[in-house]
Each structure stands twice: as structure tokens, then as C-alpha cells.
Write a protein that binds this ligand. Sequence first.
Ligand code: BGC
Length: 807
Amino acid sequence: MTTDLRIDAQPDVEPDLQLLATATFVTADADRGAALELLRTVTLDQPPAEVASARILATAHGVYELFLDGEPVAPDVLSPGWTSYEWRLAVQAWDVTDALRDGAARRTLSARVGNGWWRGDLGFSQANACYGEEIGLLAALEITYRDGATQVVSTGTDWSARTCDVTANNLYQGQRIDARLRGDGAKANPDHRVTPLTLREGAFDRARLVPQVAEPIRRHEELAPQRIWRSPSGATLVDFGQNLVGWLRVEVEGPAGTEITVRHAEVLEDGELGVRPLRNAAATDTFVLSGTGVDVFEPTFTFHGFRYAEVAGWPGGLDPEFDTEVGQGAIGEAIRAVVVHNAMRPTSSFSCSDRLVDRLVRNAVWGQKGNFLAVPTDCPQRDERLGWTGDIAAFAATAAFQYDAADFLHSWLLDVALETAHAGHVPIIVPDLMRHARFDGPPPFPEVAAQAIWSDAAVWVPQALWQAYGDLDRLAAHYPGMVAHLESVEPLLSETGLWDAGMQLADWLDPDAPPDQPWAAKAHPGVVATASFYRSVAFAAQAARLLGHDADAARWAALAARVRAGFRTHYVSEGAEGLRVVSDCATVYALAICFGLLDGEEHARAADRLAELVAARDHRVTTGFAGTPFVTWALSEHGHVDAAYRLLLERGCPSWLYPITMGATTIWERWDSMLPDRSINPGEMTSFNHYALGAVADWIYQVVGGIRAAEPGYRRVLVQPVPGPGIDWARTSLDARVGRIETAWRVEAGVAGAAEVKTGGTTAPRTFVLDVTLPVGVPADVVLPDGTRHEVTGGSHSFRSALPDPA
Ligand code: BGC
């Protein structure tokens, strides 16, 4: 097995795409479902020991895997991922020096190509969107020998092609693998043969080739079944204990031609697999046994979002009565759930005294794993799995804390900018494959123009990346996309600077909206849109200043001032009852406070009203996509820490912890994706793995955990944990680019050590104890609950501070 080398995407390290100039894009006509297998014998020009270096560059229309003598060249799957293929098709590169040097002089280089996103029939409402009808491969192997000679083997019509054991593959529908068509299986089953195919040159635009920016998609954890049992209808169900994204790897032995069918679902309903939320995604894999021993199946040309699998056709049955031996393997070992996502570096940890909050945070991490597969998606299971821009606009800050998401989101932002240039505004889905939809009749929904929050992703995602990583080159790369967004919305503003015309998704999935009208929120769409646009323009002004675009900085500052003035004039009022924002609901106060639309004392008055509204609803959540990431911030930063904690810790529906009480292992799309009676929400749009409402994790890391970036990229850290009622201790860590930052705090009964109490000598009933660890040389300001501020640099530091009486 070879080591793999990802092309480093730093702008100054351009991979040599020239190598592919000698390659021909090859395709073949086969059944639309079948994967292609392409093969070429490679005879080394010199003895293998003379190989100094060797690398393979490749990409595909479709998804592909490369093999040398049948061994995978790399652990990557679903390459080349999904980009806006009209303009960017990512090239992967692997170092195969060892594999060639340590082998024979005659090798077989082969590839399998499946439909992937290219010929995916993707999109909700049966859009059947495809980029093209031909799938195929472009690849080149370059071997450099010790004497400097080179040998290049690249794709061309001199390769051979055939069908393979993958007889059907589709991201939504699943995959069929027939082991009778492989090696020994084929010998034993002469009636089942792969079909030779004629290779031909396919249509291919080399101008679209770009080095891969995002980390490759790879397998990660493997989960064993936690339970296997019979459902009321007699189906065999397997529970993996975690809602995850990937597939099953199955090892099984049985008579030739036996068909095992695996259906996947995130939840159970009435004791059976709950597949209704999958809509038109069959999410079903079929494995056909060879009859020649143990067959291993792994459907790597599809993926599913699931916790449960229904397995039918297992030879001898797969149920608790039969749980020891299946062929040569115990059942528990015969089935594994394989977790698949882009190989980003995990960066966070969190635990606290409330186990439900711990689970909520873990669910936000699992939400990112499942939805950072090729592009940041809304959800990974139903007939959607699209790059909905609003979802990542809400979640980007959380994502950038949990993983080093810089390259993954940078790649996606490059597509956002290209799609924006094409559409004239930031589309609500990137890559915007709905352009390629093939509906039977006219599209079942109207075309949507620029949308607040969704289109603001062009600014908010770069803003989150800037804050987390402090990379000015990347900010510069994202700046033109930001400008394109602002310029597309500016003409839509009213004379007084409001974004108040046109349909808005706005505070999507407000829990008070009717289930079939998720846009019908309490928050006035103009308030949400104008506030969101103000946030974008204000950050663009800051970015322009940082990048030295002084004229732009002045332009955006002036636009920001106009939008802000409009917002204040039309949407904010002060009367006998106090400060009011139009539509008077939690979301509008959260946005006005957090986006900088209020002055001085107004913040406190708005937060007071917000706290009143929150209390009036018994600390149940009342916000949707727009307000949810900000409501706890608006409270905790303006005198209502208790209300923020009560909101976080509420367990009744709707709340963040309600799904946890129902056993959720990922963040749900709806506050009540599952109703208290355990039935699935009747809305046709109900997923159990949507990260957007998990954006509260950002507040948990920064406010409960207390790790904040005082300067972008944590070059200076603000350590300011804010304890509140219901949580007695918390431990948080962040592997930032500057190094590891850790906080651990606990509340102790009694009085802090006299010398260390910072309360001016008054006794206090409880003590806040904080341990902080910082990377060497990184300065931090530590702010304690008693308001004192301490400047420290690097190393470990401990603090004690009195806490006010909880009463
Ligand atoms: C998606 C959402 C998305 C929304 C916007 C839904 O179908 O799953 O997460 O943002 O549509 O319309």
C-alpha cells in the first residue's frame, strides 16, 4: 500500500497539471447504473529498484478509485469530490514511489469510475440533475528513474475497459455489487461475466482542471452493531448507536447468487425503519454473493445518512437467535458502519457537568462530520445533500472551531464566487446544480433571487474563517466574492437602505411557523434581511481596510451607515414600553444586538426585552436559522447570563436539549423532527442530521468554555468563561493554529483563598476556579466572573475568583 500525498493547495505550490497534458479523457458506453473499470498494463522502462519517484495525477467525470495490481493507490474515496464542475474539476495527486519500487516490473494500473455527482440525478423534487451523461477518467502516471529518465503512462484509448462488479451506483439510490463478477467469483459463475467495453475519447474541458484544495474524502471511524433484532413486521434491524454518514462494510459467505439487501434510515417509527424522511432516496444497497468463500462488500460509490440498517437476505438469517457464526465470521464482525467525510483536522474538545449538553456538543461535531462530505451540505440522507448556503452561514463559526475547516470551506467559497458571477447573485445552493435539473414539466418552485443569510454566506463564511485562522491571503481570495454579493444586493435596497422587497427564507424553521411553511416566521423578513446585510457590509468594510482597499473600505462604510440608519429609523423604536424592534420576537433582538445595529445603552434595553420574551415562552426556543446562532450571545453579553443558560438547558420541546432527551445523536433539522410521541414530524422536510441549529455550540465553546479569539487566528486569546446556573464545571480545548488552548473551570463551595479573592474583601459563598493552558508565546487576557482582568502569556495559569450568590 502506498502513502498518499495530497496536493498542497497553498497558492504558491502549484501542482504540475501539465502532466495531464499527455492524457486523454476516456469514456465508454455502458448501462447507466454500471461503474466502468479501466485498465492498463504498465511495464517499467527500468528495474523497479531504479525508481526514484513516481506520482499519479487523476480526476474524473464521476467518482473514481485507482488501483495498482488491485490494491488501492490511496485511502481516498469519492474523488474528485464535488465542485462547481462547470468551472472547477479538482485534480488529485498521489505519491506511488514505494508501490512501484517495491513491486514487479510489470504492473496493472486500473481505475473504477462511478456516477457520483457528475451523473447523479440529484436534487429535490425529482430534479434528476446531472452535469453530463458520460463518465470517465483522466490520469497520468509519471515515473522518474535514478538516472533522471522519465516514463509517463497516461489514459488513452489504448487502455482496456469493461464493466465490473458494481452493476448499479447512485448517491441517493445506493449501490449494487455482484461478487459473481469478480476474480474467483467469475470463475465459479461462468454465466456471469463482465462486459468488455469500447473506450473512446470523451468531451472534456481541460481549462476546468484545478488542484484539489479540500482535504480528500476518507473513511474514518468504524462502528460495530450495538443491537440486532426483529422488527414487528419481521424485518431484521441493526442499530449502530450513532447517526452517521457512510456505508456498511459487510463480510459474508453463502450460496452463489444470494442477494443481501440493506436499507438505511436515521430513525425508527413504529418499530420499523423510518424511511419517509428520505423522500425519493432509496438508500438501498444490494450485495450478491459469489458462493466461493467470504465476500467483502463496501459500496464506496454511494453514501447514506443512517443509524439503523434493515438487512434482508442474509444467509442463515441475521438475528439474535443466530448471533455467533456467519460463515467464517461472527455477526458482530461481519457488519461495520464506516464513517466517511473529508479528512479535516479535528480541533476541539468539550465536556461539562451536564451530560445532555455534552451530547449536544458531540451532536454538533457529528453534524459536521456527516455534512462536510465534498461540500457543506444541508443534510446527508434524503434526496437533497446540497450545498445550501444558509445552513453553513449559520454554522461556519462552529465548524471552524471543531475542525480546521479552512481548506474545505475555501474550496467551496471558490465555487460560491464562480456561481455568483454566473447567476448575478449568490445562489441558495452551491454548487448550483439545479441549473441542470430535468423536471418532467416546469420547475415546481419559482427561481429565487439573492436571499439574506443564504447569500450572506459569501461574507459570513469568510468572516468565520478569518476569525478562526487569521489568514489574510485567504481573506484576500474571498474578498471579490464578498464584493459580488454586496453589489448584487445594493440595487435591491429601498431608498432608505432597507432590504425589504422580495421573498425571503429569513428566519427559516422558526418553531412557531406552520410545519409546511418554514419561511413563515415571526421575525419580519425585512428586519432579518436588512440586519443580515448590515453585518455583511460592515465586515466587508473591515476586510477592505485590512486588505488595503481604502476606496472600497470607504464605500462599504458609507453603505453600512446607510443600511444601519435605515434599520434604526424604520425598525427600532423607543416608547413608553421600552425599546422595540419591529415584529418584537427573539430573533430580531438577537440580530439587532449581535450585528451592531444599536448604540450604547440600547443594547441593554434590547437584551432586557429579549430576556422578557424568552422568559414568557418558558425558555423554550422561539428562533429559526437566523436567530438561533445569536440568541444566547445577545443574552449572555448583555446582562442575562442566567436566561442564556436556562435557554440552553431547557429540555421541553422546542429546545436544544429536547432532541437529546429523545435520543438524538446528531442535530435535527427541525426542533421537533421527532414528536414527543416518537412519531416523525409529518412535514415532508424532516431530517435528523442538519447542523444549522447546532450553531449554539459556538456559544458553548466561547462563552461556557471561555476560549475566544481576541485577535484573528488566536494570535491573542481572550479567556472569558462565563459560568451560569446549571453547569458546575466545563473543560474545553482548541487546537488552534498557534497551538493548543485549554480551559478547565469549576465552581467550588466556600470562599476563595483570601489572597486570591478579587472581590474587594467581601466574602462570597462560592468560588470559581479556572485553569488555563496556552501555547508558548501566545498572549491572553483572562477575564474572571468578578470582572477582573489578568494578562498572561503561554504556559499554565490558575485563577480563583468569587462568584456572586446564586440566589
Ligand atoms: C434545506 C435547508 C435549506 C432550505 C432553504 C431545505 O430543503 O434542507 O436546510 O437551507 O431548504 O430553502
